[in-house]
Design a protein around this ligand. Structure first.
Ligand code: MG
Length: 305
C-alpha cells in the first residue's frame, strides 16, 4: 500500500481511484475502476488502465520522498523487458538499464529480483544494481556473489530433469536449464499446457524438485524456502520505504513480503505491470498498475533526471 498501515486498516481501507489504486474490503482486494465505481473488476484489460500520469506521479511521490532509506525492486521479464517467444531473446526496453544504474546511485538499494539465473542478469544489469537470481538462490549484493548453501546439491537432479524434458516434450516446448532450476515454456504451443504440467508434476515427484507456475511456463525448483518474498525481505533490511514492481504470480510472494513490512510500519508500494496476460491475482494484490516496461521507465526516469 502507499502509506504505512495504520489504525484505519481494520475493516478494510479504500483509497481513491486515481492512479489505479486498489480498493480493499473484507472479501479481498480488487482493482478499482475510477473512484466510486465499486471494486468488482478482477480482470484488468490492457486498455482500461487508469490515468497513467497519475499512477506515475503517485509512485514517484511514494518512493521519491526519501531515496536514502528507500529500496526499489524490479522483476525482469514483463517488468523491464517485454515478454517474448524465445526467452533467450528477452531485452530490457530502451533506457531501463541506464535508469536502474542511475537510481542505484541515488537510492539506498536498487535490485532486480528474477527467476532468471544470475549469469543472465549479470550480463545485462550494471554492477551498481543488486541482483537476486533464480528467486534468490543466486545473488549479487554490493558486488559480492552468493549462492544458497543448500541449492548446489540439486544441480544434478535439475540437469537430469532438463534432459528428460527435452526428450519427452514436443519440439516447440522450450526447455530452459538454469543450473539450479529449470523452466519449461509452452508459450509457442498453448495446446501443450496440460501435457507439460502433467509431465512436470510427475518429474517433480520423481526428482523432489518443486513446481512453480509462471506465465505460459512451469518452473522446477529445489524445494527450499526461497522465493522473491524471502529475497525482498532480506534486501529491505533497514529501509523505511520499499517498492516492488512485477507482473507475474512469481511476484506475489514479494507483494506479500511488502504487506508484512507495511504491517511493521514500512511505507510500501506494490506495482503490477500490465499486459494482456496479467494474472488477476497480481492485479488484485497491487496498489498501482503501470502499462508495460516502457511505462516503468517513464514513471521513474524523472527521479534521476
Ligand atoms: Mg515477470
Amino acid at each position: 500500500m502507499l502509506v504505512a498501515r495504520g489504525g484505519a486498516e481494520g475493516d478494510g481501507d479504500r483509497r481513491d481511484g486515481a492512479g489505479g489504486a486498489v480498493e480493499r474490503s473484507g472479501h479481498g482486494a480488487s482493482v478499482a475502476e475510477p473512484a466510486g465505481r465499486g471494486g468488482t473488476v478482477l480482470e484488468v484489460p490492457h486498455r482500461s488502465l487508469p490515468d497513467p500520469s497519475a499512477t506515475a506521479e503517485r509512485l514517484r511521490a511514494v518512493v521519491g520522498a526519501d531515496p536514502s532509506s528507500t529500496a526499489l525492486f524490479f522483476d525482469f521479464d514483463g517488468t523491464l523487458a517485454p515478454i517474448v517467444e524465445d526467452p533467450a531473446a528477452a531485452t530490457a526496453v530502451d533506457g531501463a538499464l541506464d535508469l536502474l544504474r542511475d537510481l542505484a546511485r541515488r537510492f539506498r538499494r536498487v535490485a532486480v529480483v528474477s527467476g532468471r539465473p544470475r549469469s543472465f542478469l549479470v550480463d545485462r544489469v550494471g554492477p551498481e544494481v543488486d541482483l537476486s537470481g533464480l528467486y534468490g538462490l543466486e545473488t549479487r549484493v554490493a558486488g559480492q556473489l552468493h549462492d544458497h548453501a543448500d541449492a548446489d546439491r540439486w544441480r544434478t537432479a535439475v540437469a537430469a530433469v532438463a534432459d528428460a524434458a527435452t526428450a519427452a516434450l514436443p519440439g516447440r516446448v522450450v526447455v530452459e536449464p538454469k543450473g539450479l532450476s529449470l523452466t519449461v515454456h509452452y508459450r509457442e504451443v498453448p495446446d501443450a499446457e496440460a501435457a507439460v504440467r502433467a509431465w512436470a508434476e510427475e518429474a517433480g515427484r520423481r526428482s523432489g524438485l518443486e513446481l512453480r507456475p509462471a506465465k505460459r511456463s512451469v518452473e522446477l525448483h529445489p524445494p527450499l524456502d526461497v522465493d522473491k518474498g524471502t529475497s525482498v525481505r532480506a534486501l529491505s533490511e533497514g529501509c523505511r520505504t520499499v517498492a516492488y514492481l512485477g507482473d507475474d504470480v512469481g511476484d506475489l510472494p514479494a507483494f506479500a513480503a511488502l504487506d508484512e513490512l507495511a504491517a511493521a510500519g514500512v511505507t510500501t508500494c506494490k506495482v503490477a505491470i500490465s499486459s494482456d496476460e496479467l494474472h488477476p491475482d497480481v492485479a488484485a494484490a497491487a496498489d498501482l498498475l503501470l502499462d508495460g516496461p516502457e511505462a516503468v521507465v517513464a514513471a521513474l526516469a524523472p527521479l534521476v533526471s
